[in-house]
Design a protein around this ligand. Structure first.
Ligand code: 13P
Ligand code: MG
Ligand code: MG
Length: 370
């Protein structure tokens, strides 16, 4: 059966700051999405990571299907009304346009979707991050899909041995988004050269090379500031990743995420802190809004989802989180000095550019001493 997994997320308001959506907001979103499960949708799950509400939906209508996107838009609008009624912080934060125009792309919410012929034992993983940007997935996905030091399947499995095709998006190009397609392992150094710049180059999708029609991963690549023209919160990405058999095994994603790489985001979207793997429905951290990522595993049959398995909830991750805390607190000791705070080019919050422009007038040229 041909199935589409659509994951659409938005921050539409949170309790007492950028922490967690309210119970009432989540109840309404669940009720609306479950109301069309069995008709428009085959199946669905609603959850949150920090202050971002995530709709995980399966259906038979393909990627970018207007009615599925409209459902998400309407649900987020309705949730925003609850957020306003309760005085939640940042009510409707990610809904940047007034009217729906066929697809949530370009309107604020993030989306990651994959369409595939369901395997007899289809396994998927949904990644959802808060307080960071889409480039936060660059390093873990690069290591899982291209580095045999982390992904032994590249050596051990015939299905993985030919490697993967990386579609990388330049999200900071003046004339709009543009993409480049590079094959691993042949173009590994080129892939690495781009992906190291996590603010600009973002993995958009990954494809099997042995089975060229099989998509392994899709990542939400929207940059809110490109839509709003100003800082309105970080982009807090989601991703759909297919695992097992012709793709890396679910457990081959663990060690790359256990690195807890430093990523941009956290307080005021203006700093670097490690990406902490957390269980699903975890509130954002009062410790400087340390970036977080959750991962849910599912099996799918006839488009129906099993119960989720919370992939960062087993005991191993307590230790990873403890180590991540140490890393985060070390970085915070140096306050606003780079790299704890982002470089000027990435600082949009609170008009720092205006302040710098004002200082420009006070600079004077010094005559050379020679
Ligand atoms: P969110 O993008 O998750 O709303 O966080 C905004 C922020 O600036 C937190 O300090
Ligand atoms: Mg928020
Ligand atoms: Mg958020």
């Amino acid at each position: 059966m041909r199935v589409t997994v659509s994951v659409i997320k938005a921050d539409i308001g949170a309790v007492g700051g950028h922490t967690v959506p309210s119970r009432e907001l989540m109840d309404l979103v669940r009720e609306r999405v479950h109301g069309v499960t069995g008709t428009l949708l085959i199946d669905s799950t609603v959850c949150h990571t920090g202050d971002d509400v995530c709709l995980i939906m399966t259906h038979a209508h393909g990627v970018g299907y207007a009615k599925v996107h409209e459902l998400a838009w309407d649900v987020f609008r309705a949730g925003t009304e609850v957020a306003k009624r309760q005085g939640l912080y940042g009510a409707g934060q990610d809904l940047l346009k007034d009217a729906f125009s066929g697809n949530v792309k370009g309107l604020g919410p993030g989306s990651a979707e994959i369409e595939f012929d369901e395997r007899p034992n289809e396994a998927i993983m949904i990644l959802a991050a808060d307080k960071t940007e889409p480039g936060a997935f660059n390093l873990p996905l690069y290591l899982s899909f291209a580095d045999p030091m982390y992904s032994p399947g590249l050596l051990l499995s015939d299905a993985l041995h030919e490697g993967f095709k990386f579609v990388i998006m330049d999200v900071d190009h003046t004339e709009g988004d543009r993409i480049i397609t590079l094959d691993a392992p042949e173009r590994l150094y080129d892939i690495a050269a781009l992906l190291r710049d996590t603010h600009r180059y973002v993995i958009e999708s990954i494809w099997s090379r042995k089975h060229p029609n099989e998509q392994a991963a899709a990542v939400a690549t929207s940059r809110l500031r490109n839509i709003a023209g100003r800082y309105v919160g970080k982009d807090d990405p989601v991703a759909v990743v297919r695992t097992q058999r012709i793709f890396p095994a679910t457990e081959e994603f663990g060690p790359p995420f256990a690195l807890a790489p430093f990523v941009a985001g956290d307080t005021r979207g203006s700093h670097n802190l490690p990406l902490m793997p957390v269980p699903i429905n975890t509130p954002a951290s009062t410790y400087f809004c340390c970036p977080m990522v959750s991962a849910l595993g599912f099996s799918i049959h006839d488009g129906r989802l099993t119960q989720p398995t919370d992939l960062f909830a087993d005991p191993f991750w307590h230790h990873v989180r403890d180590q991540t805390v140490v890393k985060a607190m070390d970085m915070r000791r140096q306050g606003f000095f780079e790299p704890a705070m982002l470089p000027m080019s990435e600082l949009e919050y609170g008009g720092i550019v205006v302040k710098l422009n004002r200082l420009e007038k006070e600079f004077t040229m010094r005559a050379p001493a020679w």
